[in-house]
Write a protein that binds this ligand. Structure first.
Ligand SMILES: *Cc1c(COP(=O)(O)O)cnc(C)c1O
Length: 352
């Protein structure tokens, strides 16, 4: 059974925005567009015209890439937009809540706060490699828990969520919560995507992005994959013309076989660098712990975070410090070999 019934009642009734018609080979005087081309307009589609309301060709190509039917996929401005839209679809202000794992990606909380939804946090234990226990997640849920946000590999810990845990949560919340699995980093993990569980679990929504493994963070393109009823609601809520013409054309090119093969080579290179960097980092006495990571970053615990941050900043290398319970930790993105060498040289200069 679809979980559309747990969406906000007003959203369920919504129809997609009725935009100006777009018909080939017509004189278009219905959308207040300019009739001339800017000298900078060198795209395959005319930039003076609005893009399609929803990018049909790219949506089809992405559906092919992820192995789903087009009716199961929405193209969004990064997966961040999908997070925002899903929370707006499912959560009533002041009544509903989302459940998230900490440490985790802060966008889920951010958009929940925008919507006025409550955030219930489930701790994962650093001493257990941040493994998520289904029982803890389920204990945090109540009848107003509209979305459970999971992330695998998890940011910022790099942890894989076991399929067993995912399925236990999906089963227990079958008709009561949407379960969003954010797979932003899955290409770096060698793990199977949960996309193949979509047929069995209408409450599952999988998020993928072109920001990481496709090297296209600047393009702002992601997808939400799920039950058709949920995709239809995303369609109804998302801004018309959300995906800009230059992005549409870039994604079309990025999904060609040669571009996909090249991206896969880069991803394999980053995974190899991750393991090399891990080995080199272990040699620094001030690094106390490095968690195993299936993503394109490493979470490390240090005994002198501030000294390391000061030195690396002086050497013009930026690292991510989160504070809170990860106050002694840094998240290090795996860069190119040269960039990683810059990091290691900076670490070698840390005094003490
Ligand atoms: C980077 C990242 C994303 C991707 O966000 P985009 O909006 O697609 O760039 C999504 N989820 C997590 C956990 C991330 O770390």
């Amino acid at each position: 059974m679809s979980i559309a019934h747990i969406a906000r009642p007003g959203i369920r009734a919504m129809k997609p925005y009725a935009a100006a018609e777009q018909i080939q080979e017509t004189v278009r005087l219905n959308a207040n567009e300019a009739p001339w081309h800017s000298p900078l307009d060198n795209f395959r589609r005319p930039l003076n015209r609005y893009p399609e309301i929803r990018p049909t060709a790219v949506r089809g190509a992405l559906a092919g890439h992820y192995g789903v039917d087009v009716s199961q996929l929405a193209v969004t401005r990064g997966s961040s937009e999908a997070i925002d839209l899903l929370i707006r679809i499912f959560c009533r202000e002041g009544q509903d809540n989302i459940v998230t794992i900490v440490p985790g990606f802060s966008m889920y909380r951010h958009y929940a706060l925008v919507q006025g939804a409550d955030v219930r946090e489930v701790r994962s234990d650093p001493d257990e490699n941040f493994a998520v226990a289904a029982s803890d997640v389920l204990a945090a849920c109540d009848q107003n828990s509209r979305i459970v946000f999971l992330c695998s590999p998890n940011n910022p810990t790099g942890t894989i969520l076991s399929q067993e845990t995912l399925v236990a949560i999906l089963d227990a919340r079958m008709n009561t919560s949407a379960v969003v699995l954010d797979e932003a980093y899955i290409e770096f993990s060698g793990e199977h995507s949960a996309i193949r569980l979509l047929e069995e679990y209408p409450n599952l929504i999988v998020l993928r992005t072109l920001s990481k493994a496709f090297a296209a963070a600047g393009a702002r393109c992601g997808v939400a994959l799920g039950d058709r009823a949920i995709i239809d609601m995303l369609d109804a809520v998302q801004a018309p013309y959300a995906i800009a013409t230059p992005v549409v054309e870039w994604v079309e090119d990025a999904l060609q076989a040669d571009a996909l093969a090249e991206a896969a080579t880069h991803v394999a290179g980053i995974c190899a660098e991750r393991e090399r960097l891990l080995g080199r980092l272990q040699q620094f006495a001030f690094i106390e712990h490095i968690w195993p990571s299936a993503a394109n970053f490493l979470l490390v615990r240090l005994c002198n975070v501030q000294d390391v941050l000061t030195q690396s900043r002086e050497d013009r290398v930026l690292l991510r410090h989160f504070g809170g319970e990860l106050n002694n930790c840094l998240r290090i993105t795996v860069g190119s070999r040269e960039e990683n060498e810059r990091l290691l040289q900076s670490f070698a200069r840390v005094g003490g």
